[in-house]
Design a protein around this ligand. Structure first.
Ligand SMILES: Cc1ncc(COP(=O)(O)O)c(C=O)c1O
Length: 398
């Protein structure tokens, strides 16, 4: 074996414009916060930082839930954590599946030894409420799962009808808010959600690495009443609580070494959200989404999702017949430094996934993307009907 020390050049990543399904562009304030000196994970100043993060997370989740923390790990860690805590082996659970992330939850639940009951729904449409009600009534499940923002299709799910179904027999609702938190209102308390998780790299505009989660007191009572131990030591909420919370001032105890720098980033990212305010932030996301749609439609392209179910954060633009989406995406990246996503699973090759999330949801980005898209589509032989940039500019002018 050659044992010479490798000589590798330093990383010099370009400043891409991240308009894909995530990660989204990170505000410079967040990047700067990550250069701050490290504190120890039990340093009183870090504990104060943790408390402030919890306060700000309650604000974005719109909840008073005491157990509201960032799990160390990406969105999938929070996802696995909700079911690992709330489900026991052999327990039935109703899963609404209308995209890739519903399928991922099916896989996770199966691995836990729980019994998933699938409610199959169309990819690109919302959850079928009648089918869900029927599955719930015909099962012994206490837990129902749905995705609020299906990043694979661009569909926004209304949560209220799902919580109505769950209430029929005092069940528990788990909601995936990875691509909605910080843009669309999640309203954990208003919507009677029992467990909810998200990720830092979407509308919160931080790097990937933490998964904010929140559990209602009812959900915690269900976890406490388990017959079996939570199979994941790392994600066990009772162990995590001893580190993140100190009822009656008891000292915090070490669980794992928290990723200090990522928590600095989330702290700053949440401060930015709070400064803007949830309502203003939602309006900004809606406005830039609408401008993009105006531009896309002017060019003669279609949106994959019907208007009433469209996410503002993830825009699924249908790829015109005869156009190779991979070539369009490659040109956007190589010529314009713009990243957009392709379709997943059944939608591979059929849609472009354009993310307008957090600090990436701006008028500049919409206009730039439309201009770059026009050029890239023309290079693939698609002649836009009209100018997308002009249509979006007109939208902004009114
Ligand atoms: C809706 C949804 N759920 C879960 C995840 C998993 O998150 P992560 O990739 O951060 O593990 C994602 C990631 O894109 C997502 O969009």
């Amino acid at each position: 074996m050659n044992n010479d020390a490798p000589v590798i050049p330093a990383l010099t990543p370009p400043r891409r414009i991240l308009l894909g399904p995530g990660p989204s562009p990170v505000d410079d304030r967040v990047l700067r916060s990550m250069a701050a000196p490290l504190l120890g994970h039990l340093d009183p100043l870090f504990i104060r930082t943790m408390d402030e993060i919890q306060t700000m997370l309650r604000y974005v989740f719109e909840t008073n839930n005491r157990l509201t923390i960032p799990v160390s790990g990406t969105g999938s860690a929070g996802m696995e954590g909700t079911v690992a805590n709330l489900l026991e082996p052999g327990e039935e659970v109703v899963l609404c599946i209308n995209g890739y992330f519903g399928e991922r939850m099916f896989d996770m639940v199966s691995r836990l030894g729980a019994k998933p009951i699938r409610v199959e729904c169309e990819w690109g449409g919302p959850v079928d409420i009648e089918k869900t009600r029927e599955a719930w009534r015909n099962s012994n499940a206490q837990v129902l799962f749905a995705v609020q923002a299906e990043t694979s299709t661009g569909v926004l799910q209304d949560i209220a009808p799902l919580s109505e179904i769950v209430k029929e027999r005092d069940g528990y609702l788990i909601v995936d808010a990875v691509t909605s938190l910080g843009a669309h209102s999640v309203g954990v308390d208003r919507n009677h959600i029992d467990a909810c998780y998200s990720g830092t790299q979407k509308a919160l505009s931080c790097p990937p690495g933490l998964s904010p989660v929140t559990f209602s007191d009812r959900a915690i009572a269900k976890v406490k009443a388990r017959q079996t131990k939570v199979s994941s030591w790392y994600l066990d909420t009772s162990l995590l609580t001893a580190y993140w919370d100190s009822p009656a001032g008891t000292p915090r105890t070490y669980h794992h070494t928290a990723p200090i720098t990522m928590n600095y980033a989330l702290h700053e990212g949440l401060r930015i959200v709070a400064e803007e305010g949830l309502e203003a932030r939602a309006k900004r996301h809606e406005r830039n989404h609408s401008a993009l749609v105006a531009g896309v439609e002017a060019m003669g392209l279609g949106m994959h999702v019907a208007p009433e179910y469209r996410l503002w954060t993830l825009n699924a633009v249908s790829v015109p017949d005869g156009v190779d989406d991979a070539k369009v995406r490659a040109r956007l990246l190589n010529e314009f430094d713009i990243e957009v996503g392709g379709g997943l699973g059944a939608l591979k090759g059929k849609i472009l996934r354009v993310g307008l999330m957090g600090s990436g949801s701006t008028e500049n980005n919409v206009l730039l993307l439309l201009a770059a898209l026009e050029k890239s589509l023309k290079a693939e032989g698609f002649m836009p009907k009209d100018s997308g940039v002009s249509a979006a500019a007109d939208f902004y002018a009114h």
